[in-house]
Design a protein around this ligand. Sequence first.
Ligand code: SAH
Ligand code: F3S
Length: 441
Amino acid sequence: MTKQLFIKTFGCQMNEYDSEKIVDVLKESSKISLTESPDHADIIILNTCSIRERAEVKVYSDLGRYRKLKENNPNIRIAVGGCVASQEGENIIKRAPYVDLVFGPQTLHRLPSLLKKRELLGTPQIDITFPEIEKFDSLPITQFKGPSASVSIMEGCSKYCSFCVVPYTRGEEISRPLDDILDEIIELTMIGVQEITLLGQNVNAYRGQSQHNGVCDFATLLEYVAEINEVKRIRFTTSHPNEMTEELIACFGKINKLSKQFHLPIQSGSDRVLSAMKRNYTVLEYKSIIKKLKKVCPEISLTSDFIIGFPNETDEEFNQTKKIMEEVNFDYSFSFLYSPRPGTPASFIKDNISKEKKESRLREFQDMNIIQGKKHTLNMIGTKQRILIDRESKRKAGIFLGKTDNNRVIEVDGSSEILNKFVNVKIKAISEKNLEGIIIS
Ligand code: SAH
Ligand code: F3S
């Protein structure tokens, strides 16, 4: 009998990637179809995030709702995966005894066997170990889901920024071997994928085993991927300023397939705060990387992450953060209110800044970000852009949508022939939500 699976994903692109793999793994082991609503599900999976407190609170409130479903139908299986699972482990079962499975980001491939064990033993199963690279060896081949696909190249993080839980929930940095990554990309191109996003918490810390010359770094990996003919555009996220090499910067000048877009989290414009965050770079060092990037690729779109309201951040330090956003002229930024995470060094710092003050700073910063981003969007009118058409508009017949290098969605008139293809467009106008373009080749 076909089982209905409901899966809800919180958090980052890594989690979205993991959720896709969870579905693939379960589909391979039994008859599964996806449902949009937990009310109709036989299996409910929450793939969780614990990067900020709000994400974690949401998990427990969702579980509270699923509890009622399980009371009505004890055959429902509820699984919690991802970073909250990794951090909380059996506490989840203590707090929510109706949960059947708890699995971590590195053990999702074991889900079918965990489900089986749950049926055999009748007790909740927990597996939040870090069996290194085993996960990737056990994942089934992906089905075509569109012309873009993500490939995880490394897991975990060994940077231990003072505010961050990732090193604890996802483990230390570990890179996949070069050949495994290239094989996966080639398989994807064989089913029609043309755009690859290389994923990892710190992709530029990549150091993978390679058959020919020992260890391969990230810049070299990019060159290998670019060699694959059928790959037409390469993206990657996220990078760390401390892992920038001259070779990686040079890639933006010489690899045409590399999207002219770069996400480099800075977090703060104050050296005092950066040092308290344990980021291990200064604002000047960050700016010097940007200068070099702009030299090899003047049109590069730069984006960043910021944490607003780190403990004891002064008005002056906040002003420095606003200043760096304007100075680098980021295309757009993601900004978050600092959230103390249990066990992290920053969570022990005594903080003298009120919540209201932090929230008003965040609003001010995000308003600035919207205005700055709009300016960048307006500047695109009249330019030529290469977009990958990945869907037809649901609202307007005959309108197709595709993304530019800097992730703006462009609407063009066309027929289904252009679907899943790269086209060159000239940007004409700004519409309600997106930009409008016309195809020029
Ligand atoms: N690997 C990436 C970041 C992963 S987490 C890097 O190199 O920085 C994504 C973003 O979440 C971070 O860049 C940071 O801005 C934010 N973040 C992480 N921990 C946080 C916390 N405790 N409170 C608020 N924001 C946080
Ligand atoms: Fe977190 Fe810093 Fe790593 S933000 S993911 S510890 S680089």
